[in-house]
Each structure stands twice: as C-alpha cells, then as structure tokens.
Design a binder for this molecule. Structure first.
Ligand SMILES: *Cc1c(COP(=O)(O)O)cnc(C)c1O
Length: 419
C-alpha cells in the first residue's frame, strides 16, 4: 500500500496534487511519501515483533538524508556499504551502534572511519579483509566486532545482476571455508567475533531461498559455536521484493512467520537489511513530455527524464508502471516507447507501452521509483541531477535541490599548463 493515488483524474502524493509539486519544483524530480516510508518500516519491523531483532535499512537503496532521518526517528539501524553512507547516516542522526558495514571491498580509510564511530559490526567477506581490520583496529587500540558473510550457494531466482548468493558470485566466504576463517579470527587480538551474515540477492519474490540460506547458516552456527564462540547476531541481509507490475512477493508477515518457525526458541538476535521493500513504492519519478514523434515503425514519447536519473529500465530491463499525472480518457490510447534525451538506445523507461495519448508539457509519473532510483543517478550527458521532494500530509519540502550548471563543474579544474 502506498500514498500515491488518483482522486478523480488527478494523481496525489498524500494530500498534495503531484501536478502542483511538479509545476513548482520543475521536472524531472523524485517525490517520496513520508507516510508510505513510515508505514513500510512499521509493517516490516512490526511483523518481526516476536523475534529479537534489529532492522538495518540498506542505505544504498535511497540515501537521501531526509529519508535516513525519517527511518532513524522510527528506530531503524542502517546497513552501509561505504564510508560515504556512514557519513550520511551520522549526519541524519542515525545511531552508529546500529550500523552494520557490508561489502566486498572496504578501503582502509572506510574501516578506520567505521571503527572510530563504534559501529555494531563489520560483515567481513574475505580473509585478507579480516587481517586488515585486525591491523587497523590494533593501531586505533580498538577491538573490531565482526561477522562473516557466508555465501550459502542458494539461487534467489531473481535478475542475475542482483543475485549475490551463488557460488559463482564475488560475494561472501564459501561455506566450506567458514569454520577455518572463524578459527582464524578467534586467534586475532583485535577482533571480536559476534555474528554470521548472508545476503543472497535483491527483489526476491519467494520466501524459500531465504529459508534455504538460513537453514544452511543455522547448521554452520552449531559448528562454529563448538569452537567456543557465541554467535550473537544472525544477519540474513535484505532482498525482499516488491510489486512493480504483477509480482506477488511475500508480505513481511509471511516472511517473518517462516523465519519464526525456523528459529523456534533459539536465542539469537536477528538482523535484517531491507532496502527496496521499505522505499521502493514510497517514491515516484515525475517527468515531462518534451516531444512526441511517429516513425513508420513506432510512436515515441520523448520526456525530460533519462537513464542517468533512473537507470533501472536500461540496466535490468526493469518494468515501471507509468501514467499521466492528470488523466484524460477522452484522448484515447496509443502504444509508444517512452524515452529520454540521452544518446544511447537503451535510454528508455518503457517500450511498446499502452498509454494515454499525451502531448508536449504533460507530466508522467513513473511509479515504484523510490529504491535504486536517485541513488544510482549520475551526471551522464552533463545532466544536472534532479530534485527530490518529500511529502508529509499536506506539506512538502525539497530535500535535494536540483543541481545547477556551476555545480556540475564546481570541482573540476583547468591545469596551469593549459592556460
Ligand atoms: C543491497 C543490499 C541490501 C538491500 O537489498 P534490498 O533488495 O534492497 O532489500 C542488503 N544487504 C546488502 C549487503 C546489500 O548489498
């Protein structure tokens, strides 16, 4: 459920007409709904209420500091994959003791920054990374809390680019090697082993791969605990899918109840790293029709937004629902490709899509754009990055100004040898 709904012919974000925001702020832009964000977080967290758990929202899905602030105020922790994300979490008032640090390639600086801020744990993905964390922690006179990300070799049955828990993927430590690395970690002076972790992929529409991965990790936990460590945290990552079109992902209640069943009365704190399921349907992307054109083969609707603003269709062939911000059934429908201005043929939002016959100046809403939308945006084609707005009830605020031309180049320099 989300708070982007039509009242009569007009799309609203909570209590505000989208047309009004687009008119005032300009296009393209992202609009997020505070009520939807809150609802999605509460539904997810609430479903897990019988389990000892911590929700660590995955910052990379949408890292705007107003979004992070909203979630921090609800008590969320954060899953980060870079120092920049930790910086954002701190700026947004997030609690560093609720931060888990994931990723296969943490740099020395990032490790140091995280240690200085006493994060909850590092999800370590290789033996070399473990050694580096031990060294840096030693230098800072700290003990680094670590868990190991295990690759459980489970097929998440999703897009190959967002499958991460198969043996062939770069992520995690092969489960056959897990005991060895835990044994090694126990010998390191500046390391405290606290947990185990997996993240098998994104946009999962079934519970079974999660359960399969958890079963494998639970068996490992038993073996690890025989080494004399207690595993405090069991982090099962993120990945729960959402509906973009006709998918039927499990409701968080169903996901939670399967997990509860599997855990039984085992005493362990579960950590979850949801991203998409929290923000995906809490945001829309709004773009304006620049031109329409008809070729012998196709109709094209050329809009002011492009793949640099929202890359999911180009990158994954992802489907997003698209409809006019103001409906007018009288104008009839056409089949068209909805494309951006960028000089790449994969710069499209939809292909062969049935849509009302819109014209120059009309606004289109691209739904389910809250996750991996702005956070993947770039300046390709020297396009300033777009504005972001948050709506709360009948109020709204710009939470990121549209970039200006000077901001596009503010940190570039012409060297003296070219003067
Ligand atoms: C991307 C990512 C997530 C979030 O995935 P979603 O599908 O958005 O829930 C969680 N954990 C890790 C380690 C990730 O890389």
């Amino acid at each position: 459920m989300n708070h982007f709904t039509y009242r009569g012919n007009e799309l609203f974000a909570e209590e505000v007409p989208v047309r009004e925001i687009a008119g005032e702020v300009g296009t393209p832009l992202y609009i997020y709904s505070h009520a939807t964000l809150t609802r999605h977080y509460n539904v997810f967290d609430g479903a897990l209420s019988d389990i000892d758990h911590l929700v660590c929202y995955s910052v990379k899905a949408n890292s705007n500091i107003a979004v992070l602030r909203t979630l921090a105020k609800l008590g969320s922790g954060f899953d980060i994959v870079s120092g920049g994300e930790l910086y954002r979490v701190l700026l947004a008032g997030g609690d560093p003791h609720k931060v888990v640090f994931s990723g296969v390639g943490k740099s020395d600086d990032e490790i140091e920054f995280a240690l200085e801020n006493d994060i909850l744990m590092f999800n370590v993905e290789s033996e070399e990374e473990l050694e580096v964390i031990d060294q840096i922690a030693g230098k800072l006179g700290k003990k680094a809390p670590v868990s190991f990300r295990i690759n459980p070799d489970v097929d998440p049955k999703t897009h190959p680019y967002i499958s991460t828990g198969l043996s062939k993927n770069k992520f995690g430590i092969p489960s056959d090697y897990a005991l060895e690395i835990y044994e090694k970690a126990l010998k390191l002076k500046n390391i405290e082993v606290v947990g185990i972790d997996a993240h098998i992929g994104s946009q999962l529409t079934q519970v079974s791969p999660f359960i399969e991965a958890m079963e494998k990790l639970l068996r490992l936990i038993e073996k690890i605990e025989k080494l004399g460590v207690s595993i405090k945290y069991f982090d099962i990552g993120g990945g729960l899918g959402i509906r973009y079109r006709d998918e039927n992902p499990p409701h968080p209640e169903e996901y939670a109840s399967e997990i509860k069943k599997l855990l039984g009365d085992r005493k362990i704190k579960m950590i979850f790293e949801p991203g998409r399921v929290i923000v995906g349907n809490a945001g829309i992307f709004v773009t304006k029709v620049l031109y329409t054109k008809k070729t012998p083969l196709k109709n094209f609707i050329i809009v002011d937004g492009a793949m640099n603003d929202l890359i999911r269709p180009a990158l994954y062939g992802a489907h997003h629902e698209i409809s006019p911000v103001v409906l007018d059934q009288k104008r009839g429908k056409i089949i068209a490709d909805i494309v951006g201005p960028i000089c790449e043929s994969d710069d499209f939002f939809a292909r062969e899509r049935e849509i009302e016959k819109v014209g120059r100046g009309d606004f289109l809403a691209i739904f389910s754009a809250g996750a991996y939308g702005f956070s993947m945006a770039s300046n390709y084609n020297s396009r300033p990055r777009v504005a972001e707005v948050m709506v709360k009830g009948s109020e709204y605020a710009i939470i990121r100004q549209r970039e200006t031309y000077p901001e596009l180049v503010w940190n570039e320099k012409i060297p003296s040898f070219l003067r």
